[in-house]
Design a protein around this ligand. Structure first.
Ligand code: 3HC
Length: 283
């Protein structure tokens, strides 16, 4: 049974994943790098729960009970008794390798599962440094995690069938989400299709084809998407999209994955999208 969950990183994805787990009745620990970052994670979760309450999805009592089930910490040692850890730190291979080395060594339960929410870094490499490769796999949520139904499950060459089976049950039954399985290739299913589309929209804007608002309106009204590609890039985070595009380009050398210069410049300027208050739009 997976009852105690740990989440490494309380950014957009980490806080959303912790909220999803706590809303499913699980005990969740979120580990951040500083007290400030931990406080910000708590505020993000509270804000999302308040939104859910205002939309009638949960009651005031659900909100209070969900928050009670989440603990915030700055010490990775708090993860040692967990049944499952989901790593959702920055999309950087060096950071993730270090975390898998450390957390792999401190988990106390033999069958504890260690997963990454990465969308582009090879799972097999994370397993190799963890000392428990059979219990390591990818579990990729979508933003906003409390709303999006899909979770990609990515076993690597070294993941055991039991680990995959347990995660399928966890995602499908405990969390009530819809899992799909993908192989351990950068981008998995969704980002392999989504990233070239978002990069193409940014190139189109960069080349002056149309305004940001009209590019987005085109895809919302012309194709029935819930939001246009530039607004979606802002929602995901421009630094995140850029990091994913770079990893995918490194793996496949496909030019459509490569970040256009405008995206590089925006990230250099600190324009990260919604989370920084400015991207293709102001928030
Ligand atoms: N908790 C629970 N439910 C919530 C919620 C919350 N915090 N916030 C919103 N909701 C519910 C609303 O109640 C509503 O439910 P209903 O349809 O049953 O009434 C539904 O979610 C939509 O909410 P809103 O109409 O209020 O719309 P918002 O403006 O809040 O959010 C959106 C809209 C869900 C973001 C929608 O625009 C959307 O689906 N956009 C596309 C998102 C997307 O493509 N995400 C994937 C990104 S790719 C990714 O993450 C992978 C990474 O690796 C890059």
């Amino acid at each position: 049974m997976i009852e105690k969950v740990g989440v490494i990183g309380g950014g957009l994805m980490g806080s959303g994943i912790a909220e999803v787990c706590a809303r499913a009745g699980l005990d969740a620990v979120v580990v951040e790098v500083s007290d400030e970052a931990a406080k910000a994670a708590e505020q993000k979760i509270r804000g999302s729960l308040e939104k859910a309450q205002s939309r009638g999805k949960i009651t005031e009592q659900d909100l209070a009970e969900t928050l009670e089930r989440i603990t915030f910490a700055t010490d990775l040692g708090q993860l040692k008794d967990r049944d499952l850890v989901v790593e959702a730190a920055s999309e950087r291979e060096d950071i993730k390798l270090e975390l898998f080395r450390t957390v792999g060594a401190l988990l106390e339960k033999d069958d504890a599962i260690l997963t990454s929410n990465t969308s582009s870094i090879p799972i097999v490499k994370l397993g190799a440094v963890s000392g428990r490769a059979g219990h390591v796999m990818g579990v990729h949520f979508f933003n906003p995690a409390p709303v999006m139904q899909l979770v990609e499950l990515i076993p690597s060459l070294t993941t055991s069938p039991e680990t995959m089976q347990r995660m399928q049950t966890f995602v499908g039954e405990t969390l009530g989400k819809q899992p799909i399985e993908a192989t351990d290739r950068a981008g998995f299913v969704v980002n392999s299709l989504l990233v070239p589309y978002l990069m193409s929209a940014i190139r189109m804007y960069e080349a002056g084809y149309a305004s940001a608002a009209d590019i987005d309106k085109g895809m919302v009204l012309g194709c029935g998407h819930p939001m246009g590609p530039l607004a979606l890039s802002d929602l995901i985070g421009l630094d995140t999209i850029r990091a994913i595009g770079i990893s995918m380009y490194e793996e496949f050398k496909e030019p459509l994955y490569s970040p256009p210069p405008l995206l590089d410049r925006m990230v250099d300027a600190g324009l990260m999208g919604k989370k920084s208050g400015h991207g293709f739009y102001a928030y």
